[in-house]
Design a protein around this ligand. Sequence first.
Ligand code: PLP
Length: 456
Amino acid sequence: MPAITNHMPTAELQALDAAHHMHPFTNNDELAAKGARVITRAKGVYLTDSEGVEILDGMAGLWCVNIGYGREELADVASRQMRELPYYNTFFQTTHVPAIALAAKIAEKAPGDLNHVFFASGGSEANDTNIRMVRAYWQAKGKPGKSIIISRKNAYHGTSMGSASLGGMSAMHAQGGMPIPDIHHINQPYWWGEGGDTAPEDFGLARAQELEAAILQYGEDKVAAFIAEPIQGAGGVIVPPATYWPEIQRICDKYEILLIADEVICGFGRTGNWFGSETMGIRPDIMTIAKGLSSGYQPIGGSIVTDEVAAVLDSIEFNHGYTYSGHPVAAAVALENIRIMEEEGIVEHVRDVIAPYLAEKWTALADHPLVGDTSIVGMMGSLALTPDKAARAKFASEAGTIGYICRERCFANNLVMRHVGDRMIISPPLVMTPGEADILIERATRALDETYARVK
Ligand code: PLP
C-alpha cells in the first residue's frame, strides 16, 4: 500500500476513507457518495482542507479548541512529557507529577469547594464515572436506595451506554437498550420551541418544577442526583429562562439531591467565566469536564467533586477507574493549556472583548427574514430558523431539513456552523478576534441568504 499522506489527491483519500473509516453519527453510505471533506492542517481559527481552501471554524472542532489551533507550546509539552514519562497509571497506590499538578490546578480554578478530580479520557467516560460515583456515594452514606438520576430530554451527556442514557436524545435511545435502569428524563427549558403562550419566566419556573414533581413521584429516598448542562450545547445552544436555575438549585438543596453540572462544553471559558456554573449561578456537587480542559489537543476529561462528596468516597474503595485516568501526556498538555489561558487572559478576552462584540452582531441576525430566536452567551450561540417569526413556527418539511441546507451553504462559504434540527449553532475558538468575528458573521449571512433563496 502506498504511504497515505496530506499530499495524496483528495479523491483518493476520500475513497480510502469511505472504504475503511466509519464516521461517528453519520450515514456512511451517504457520506461515501459525496466524499468527506479532508482537513489537513489548522491555525488559529482556520482549518485548511486538502484542496488548500481555508475554512473558518465556527465550532472550534467539537466545541473544544478553546485556545485555537496550532499552539506550539502544547506540542512541545507533549513531546517533552512523552520522552520523560509517556505512560503510567494512577491505580495501585502510585501517582505522577502531571496528574498531581493538573488536579491541583483544576481545584484552584473550580468554584467553591470543588477541590477533587477523578480523571477520564473524555466527557462520556466522566459522566459514566458520575453515575457510578453518586450511587457509591449514597451507598457509603447508608442510603443505597438513592440510585435514580434525573436528566432532561434532548440533553447530550455522551455516547457510552451510561452517558447516552443520561442524555435525552431520542434517536440514540431508539437504537436499543437505553436508558439503562434508574435514569429518568424531565422536559428541557426550551422556551422558543416549547413555551407556547407562556411567558419565558413562568415557563422556566414550570420546567424546573418538573424536577420537584419527579422527585415526589419516584420518592426522595430513591433519587440520587440531577444532571444538566448549565446551557444545553448539542441540544441546540438552549439558554434557559433566568428563573430556571435558581429553582433547580432550590429543589436540589431541599431534597438533598446531588447536582451534577455537565461543563464539558461550558467549562474553561466558553461562557465568559471559567465555568458555566458561575455564569448561571449554580453550586454543583459534581462537575463534568473535558473538551476545553485541553483545548482538544489531548483526550482528557474528569469529574470534579466537592470536599463533602470526596470525603465520603475517600472513605471507601471506589471500584472504578480507566487505564488512561490522569494520563501523563494528556494531563501535561491540559496543564499547559490552562497556563496559556491564564497568561493570555483568555477568559477575560471572552468576557470583556470578543463575546460582547460577537453578541451584538449575532443578535442583529434576528433581522434576517429566516431567523427567529437568536441566543448567545459567551462564545456559544444559536439561531432558530423559522418561516414565521411571530408564531415561532417550525418549517413544515421534515425537521432539520432547513438546518441541513443552511449547514451546507455555510460549508460552501467556507464556514463551519453546525445545525441541530432547525437551529444553527456556533461555538468558535475563544481566541477569536473582532475581525474574525466579522468574517464569521459575513459568511453566516451569505449562507442564510442562500438558504432563504431556496425556501422563500
Ligand atoms: N457532555 C457534553 C455536554 C457534551 O457536549 C459531550 C460531547 O459533546 C459529552 C458530554 C461527551 O464527551 P465526549 O465526546 O468527550 O465523550
